[in-house]
Design a protein around this ligand. Structure first.
Ligand SMILES: Cc1cc2nc3c(=O)[nH]c(=O)nc-3n(C[C@H](O)[C@H](O)[C@H](O)COP(=O)(O)O)c2cc1C
Ligand code: SF4
Ligand code: FES
Length: 587
């Protein structure tokens, strides 16, 4: 590396150094974007500038899968190998890409490509999905190498369907909704309404709306805001959680790409309500278009006086900084996300204390999911009664569902809470592909549970699903037909959790690994009588004693399968070839 090469990065290091450790991930991203990897001498520069021990800097690099200390080839391809993509043939895509050493392209030999097997890329509606140098590409019907560079293959627009279009009214048009269009469609009216109320009344509106969080934990949003508003410390933060990495989920990506102003408006109202002047928008590292579109929308909002000092002529000031994740599912967990913004490895914190009093930088913090925040302007522009006119008493409003797998029309669907799963799958999403029969539906994502065909009439509301033991999670509905191998699905989920466990607590660190080992053996046909019981013991231990939601839910889909298809876990059950991404086999 010569001095000239380092110059642009050195300038950025100098610029961000005064921020201290919180600048670590942004600087690592800059370095990686520039060199394609993080050279040791640049890591040293960063370590000195931010006053962080070099070993600590390397600890952070190693924690996040998108960072690498080793040079990569000119083209990096991430191949998703999670359920929806696996069902659509991601193994064949991997084989096709791995067979070639060099790429012949328009008559010249291009350098080798680096292939990374990746967890769900949030592109499940066009499975099998790959990223080619961060650009989403669908690998459907891929015949040869060159085709991955074919612009026609660039990721097609996500189908946005459903029965109502409150959250999605500006989505599905194949482009970002710019400020002028957003305002024409009623944008920023909610903010004006909120600013005409006092902050306490603003929180009361959110409480009265009955809004609960859409990030998975279903916590009442107004109550969360009230907790942070009442905290004594005057420095408070608003965070938008756009880390979306739950396998099968892509709803937040569509909102961030197509309608970022709705989320920004939600953050503004939250900030006004709790008395915050600074917000962070944390976006999954793989979501480059979301990142770019949010940044553009922030610039527009700032220029138009919706962000910055004395917003719309009031005494309220607020601005938002964007942060990129770097490939760690656990960083979607709220306290791990704080650690990540603070420039550390994403290890979840022990709770209590809770974020509303001790969040980012130890200050009172409200962290909300993208979809939760996108609901806020709707509540204020429609009014509470109108908002609650959709949905059920306990689950008011509408909900986004991400449909993928063996259905005719995969895509994003907005529906009122309370419609049946059958209506969503059979009527709205067109039913099963190729006239196959339904075998199972994974609801809620990897951390969710499996439903069978007899459960199709369950109503999609928090309360109805909970009664049936089916978590709503982040709104994932992955459909499997009768030809699918449930063991393969479970093995992939187990592999996902074993890979993504941060290792901070033993029940999850060991449990996810052991669960994967047993499922790997079961999938290869070598089933022991004790397997079903052993799996259930592991899952109960993980659920009861893991530190964060990752370990607490890592066995829930497997547990639901054991209850409904016990024959899969008993000796003699048929098996298919097992996918293998390393790890120990349990003999
Ligand atoms: C392993 C793990 C990953 C998570 N990932 C996300 C995520 O990507 N997006 C999100 O909004 N919430 C995620 N959550 C939930 C957050 O911890 C938190 O509950 C949520 O951001 C709060 O927002 P809400 O109240 O609006 O739902 C995750 C939780 C766990 C345990
Ligand atoms: S439950 Fe898993 S992911 Fe969560 S802190 Fe423990 S080891 Fe880390
Ligand atoms: S993008 Fe492959 S499963 Fe989601």
């Amino acid at each position: 590396m010569n001095e000239l090469d380092l110059k642009p990065i050195q300038k950025t290091i100098e610029e961000l150094a005064p921020q201290g450790r919180t600048a670590l991930l942004p600087l690592l991203h800059e370095t990686q974007d520039y060199f394609g990897y993080i050279p040791e001498d640049t890591a040293e520069e960063i370590s000195k500038a931010l006053n962080i021990p070099l070993a600590d800097v390397f600890g952070v690099i190693e924690f996040y899968s998108l960072f690498t200390e080793h040079p990569v080839n000119e083209t990096v391809v991430h191949v998703c190998n999670d359920p929806a993509c696996a069902m659509a043939g991601s193994e064949s895509v991997l084989n096709l890409l791995s067979q070639k050493e060099k790429l012949k392209f328009e008559g010249e030999i291009k350098p080798k490509i680096t292939i990374e097997v990746s967890p769900c890329l949030g592109l499940c509606d066009h499975a099998p999905a790959i990223l080619v140098d961060d650009e989403p590409v669908t690998a459907r019907d891929l015949h040869n190498w060159e085709e991955i560079f074919d612009t026609e293959r660039k990721f097609p627009q996500t189908l946005v369907g459903g029965e109502v279009h409150r959250l999605t009214k500006n989505c599905g048009k194949g482009k970002r909704t710019i400020l002028e269009e957003y305002i024409e469609n009623g944008g920023y009216i909610g903010l004006k309404k909120a600013l005409s109320l006092d902050p306490k009344s603003t929180i009361q509106w959110v409480k009265d709306s009955g809004l609960v969080g859409r990030g998975g934990a279903a916590f009442p949003t107004g109550l969360k805001w009230e907790g942070a508003a009442n905290a004594e410390d005057k420095t408070k933060y608003i965070i938008c959680n756009g880390d979306e990495a739950e396998p099968g989920t892509f709803k937040d990506r569509v909102l961030m790409e197509d309608d970022p102003h709705s989320i920004i408006e939600g953050m503004l109202i939250a900030a006004y309500a709790i008395g915050s002047t600074k917000g962070f928008f944390y976006i999954r590292g793989e979501y480059l278009t979301s990142y770019k579109n949010v940044i553009q929308a922030l610039i527009e909002a700032r220029n138009a006086g919706y962000l910055g000092e004395k917003i719309l002529g009031t005494d309220f000031s607020f601005d938002i900084e964007v942060r990129r994740g770097a490939g760690a599912y656990v960083c979607g967990e709220e306290t791990a996300l704080f650690e990540s913004i603070e420039g550390k490895r994403g290890f979840p914190r022990v709770k209590p204390p809770f974020p509303t009093t001790h969040g980012l930088f130890g200050k009172p913090t409200v962290i909300n999911n993208v979809e939760t925040l996108a609901n806020i302007p709707i509540i204020f522009s429609l009014g509470i009664e109108e908002y609650r006119s959709l949905g059920t008493e306990k689950s008011p409003g509408s909900k986004l569902f991400c449909l993928s797998g063996d259905i005719k029309k995969p895509g994003l669907y907005e529906v009122p809470f309370g419609i049946s799963l059958r209506h969503l799958v059979e009527n709205l999403a067109g039913g099963m592909r190729s006239n196959h029969k339904l075998k199972a539906i994974l609801i809620g994502g990897a951390a969710g549970a499996l439903a069978n065909a007899s459960q199709l009439d369950v109503k999609l509301s928090f309360e109805d699903l909970r009664n049936k033991g089916l978590p709503l999670g982040s709104g994932v509905v992955t459909v499997l037909d009768e030809t699918r191998d449930l063991k393969d699905l479970l093995l992939r989920l187990a592999n996902f959790f074993a890979e993504e466990s941060c290792g901070k607590c033993y029940p999850c660190q060991l449990g996810t690994q052991r669960q994967y080992e047993i499922l790997k053996r079961i999938s290869s046909g070598r089933i022991k009588n004790s397997d079903s019981k052993d799996l259930q013991d592991i899952i109960i231990t993980m659920t009861d004693s893991s530190l964060c939601g990752l370990g607490q839910t890592a066995g829930s889909a497997i547990s639901s399968a054991i209850k409904q298809w016990p024959e899969l876990f008993t000796p003699g059950s048929a098996s298919k070839p097992v996918f293998d991404h390393g790890g120990q086999d349990d003999r």
